[in-house]
Design a protein around this ligand. Structure first.
Ligand code: ZN
Length: 346
């Protein structure tokens, strides 16, 4: 194990461009171009670059219906079109989406083969809104869910954690794993905001009851509240769950500068979250893989990823959580109270 981490990407991810059909669409190829330029300037922070291969249909079908995979293939092959008011495929989008999901799958394979202990997928289109049977919210296939499902079905794991720190609720990931006790899904997200799902009361169903942790926060929420929810709810639940693999749906649209949402995180807030998750991963000997989701100010996205990657791979002090404000404190207590029936939360 020599590289600090593995970075997966593929040039075809730049060929998916929703602006072909929606001229002012915020999900631009420049988001990745600016990020990779910044990483190249920093010699990829000592991380090893690897090509994201395309996912096989059988892998996609661990998280999606065959009908959905076919529909996306056919829409792209026909030259593209709109799936809904936000989600567009062009002629190369299916190929891009195959490599985005395949990158996440290959990342998990490499992590479980102990080729590195941390990895990052710099891919697009994003994934966390894509449900079993439909694309939505800029997402075609649910990259992180396909990767988690592969770890469970093909690699024999029984406990995978998915932390979603994108500012939007990861409704697709939640839907795909809602009845599973093999995936602990935890999401901190702004509410109200697209897609409108993910109330605290939605804890999953059947065998999966309690294994969905939804932590909505109001517009204007900042670092103290986000870190308090991690420290008081997500991390204690994860300690009990004992993950064998930790995946992060890593969006940066909760940053104060992001144009699509109203949270107030700073670049250092993502470093603080990454440090905590890395420490969790180390305590459990679990490899840690991040998959790119949202983040619509390209310069801020690049700044955040360039700050997060070193926090994943180097020894650093885990910053202590500043005290939550009064409104935040009440919200945290409500979340602790609600979820303490499933997890030993103090
Ligand atoms: Zn988002």
């Amino acid at each position: 194990m020599t590289a600090r981490g593995l970075y997966f990407s593929h040039p075809v991810c730049l060929e998916h461009d929703p602006r072909e059909l929606s001229p002012h669409h915020p999900d631009t190829p420049e988001r990745l171009i600016v990020l990779e330029h910044a990483l190249a300037e920093r010699e990829w922070l000592g991380w090893e670059r690897r090509a994201a291969p395309p996912a096989a249909a059988e892998q996609l079908e661990l998280a999606h219906s065959a009908a959905h995979v076919r529909a996306m293939r056919d829409l792209s092959a026909a030259g593209g079109g709109a799936v809904d008011a936000d989600t567009f495929l062009g002629s190369r989008s299916f190929e891009a989406a195959l490599h985005a999901a395949g990158g996440a799958v290959e990342m998990v394979r490499a992590l479980l083969a102990e080729e590195a202990s941390v990895a990052y997928c710099g891919v697009r289109p994003s994934g966390h809104h894509a449900e079993r049977d439909r694309a939505m919210g800029f997402c075609v296939f649910n990259n992180v869910a396909v990767a988690a499902a592969t770890a469970l079905a093909e690699r024999g794991l029984s406990r995978v954690m998915v932390l979603d720190w994108d500012v939007h609720h990861g409704n697709g990931t939640a839907e795909i794993f809602k009845a599973s006790s093999c995936v602990l899904f935890a999401s901190i997200h702004q509410s109200p905001l697209y897609p409108g799902t993910g109330p605290l009361e939605d804890v999953g169903s059947g065998e999966g009851e309690g294994h969905t942790i939804n932590l909505p926060v109001p517009p204007g929420s900042g670092e103290s509240l986000w870190l308090a929810l991690l420290d008081r709810v997500v991390l204690p639940a994860a300690e009990t769950f004992e993950p064998e693999l930790i995946l992060v749906s890593a969006g940066y649209d909760a940053h104060a500068a992001d144009p699509l949402a109203d949270c107030r995180l700073q670049t250092g807030s993502f470093v603080a979250m990454a440090s905590r998750v890395r420490a969790l991963a180390e305590r459990h000997g679990a490899p840690l893989g991040l998959v790119q989701e949202g983040g619509y100010d390209s310069a801020v996205l690049a700044e955040c990823v360039c700050a997060v990657m070193p926090a994943l791979s180097e020894e650093e002090q885990v910053p202590m959580s500043p005290p939550a404000g009064e409104e935040g404190a009440a919200l945290v207590e409500r979340a602790v109270e609600h979820l303490a029936r499933y997890w030993p939360l103090a």
